[in-house]
Ligand binder design. Sequence first.
Ligand code: PEP
Ligand code: MG
Length: 593
Amino acid sequence: MKTKTKAGPPLTSQRFGHGIGVSAGIAIGAAHVVEPALGAVPEYRIASGQIDKELVRFRASAQAARAQIGKLRRKARDLPSEAGDDLLLLLDAHRGMIESERLIQGVENRIRERAINAEAAVQDWVHDLAATFAAMTDPYLAARAEDVHEVGRRILLQLTDRKHVAFTSVPPGCIVVAEELSPADTALMDPSVIAGFVTTLGGADSHTAIMARSLGLPAVLGLVDMVPTIRSGDQIILDGEAGEVIVHPDAQTLADYRRRIEARQRLERQLRRLRGMPAITRDKIRVTLQANLDLPREVEVARRAGAEGVGLVRTEFLFMNRPDLPSEDEQYNALRRIVEASQGYPVTVRTIDVGGEKLATSLGDRIAAGANPALGLRAIRLALREPALLETQLAAILRAGAHGPVRILLPMISVASEIRAVRRIMAKVVRRLRRRQIAIGDPLPEVGVMIEVPGAALAADSLARESEFFAIGTNDLTMYTLAIDRGDEQVADLYDPLHPGVLRLIQLTVDAANRRGIDVSVCGEMAGNPRHATLLVGMGLRQLSMTPNSLPRVKQRIRQLDGAAAARRAQTILDQYDPERVSALLDEFIEAL
Ligand code: PEP
Ligand code: MG
């Protein structure tokens, strides 16, 4: 990992910044500023028939790098300070360079004429141009060599998919500060070493945010005005609930936050006492609280939090941070550990959901960077396009089912034919495993679907006929219903799961499941938010699945509730068309608890 060593006098007076608080908790520590490490750039020759493909790969990466600079520019524009102007000038220069014919032609000619891969061509272009600039006597022009390197680095990071950072040598107790962290980066953070993190880019329900909550790491994303000014070693306070970041806190602020940390610890001790108690409302409505697992090791946290099974295993983790695909045995062993640790409670394993912002290096170029990745070859669409991938995964899940109850969950379903296609593949895998006398679960796992596409919620009746349970993915459901990217901090203020449109789709889904008599749960982030969970219970949901760290607070809330009153309030809320009114009615109900 490379630590930024940009020159400039450190600002040592106390400064406050505000971003999006995505993972609760307070951290105090020294900043550790990181940027993605490139590693070795691969160089190889390509066959003449592959040249066009290589050109497309290069253009897509240059486009992605340009889009990233665009995002940073928009942020810099909002900065009031001189730092913002400087940053804007720099980013303008980088954008100009990335759009220039000189770069595009220079790299493309190298690919065509020398039949080399895009990475090698970019590297070579950077080398030649930077050398030309560096040799100039004019100091301004000579300094442009650094810009050439920076632009090249941005394109190479996209090309090599080495956008992630390795946290192997971070100082213990530090707060990581970065421009952007992918979910895969975050998965590599060790909460016993890293105290929290802060980034410039990222939204509230991005997978990076979800991963932070899974790890119990306080985090603030979308911190517009501060990240570029923070230097490694600066002391930072981070409040992951309020979205507050304080650099160089004074003695009084430090003492205040230390008191807040103690208050949180007291609250957590109280919540721990709820562990063995059921999630039951005052009028005896029983709600089952389950865990979402983003990483296998979370199963232990889930057990300690008193989870009654696993409502969602995001199997993506098995495909991240590695160059090759996990074998059937590897997947089986990881799932088996989760099933065994769940001690007879059901484990709901979702088939791979990659694409969009969730990239998995091991899938290589199976996922091309489409114009609109969130609407592209994601999740079940990818799995059905790559049946071998799905077969391996289904085999691993079926085998894990020999060690305890397992359910199979299909992501991003939009039509019933997708479920039928999976069942056909599953039947084939079952026959193969039985023929080979390999132990699988008996009875076979139930097959359920995520309801996270608005069309699926609207057609929930037809999907209920083909599936054995529903899991409502409110994160994507909100994103697709409101056309708001869940990972984009620029529109984070518009991302609202309490929008009447989203609530009505949830209600349609619950009603369809009840008519058909199948299970329905919510496993989106709404379930782990006590405020939202209050409404969900009022809407008739009896199964909620969440990051294990959120479970005690949701349980506490359910035990305060009167279920009948919550149902009446939910009915009133569902009659509203103004999101602000929805919020006000919900808060009024909660305040009166
Ligand atoms: C969701 O979309 O709500 C969900 C649970 O899936 P993910 O967050 O993994 O997309
Ligand atoms: Mg989803």
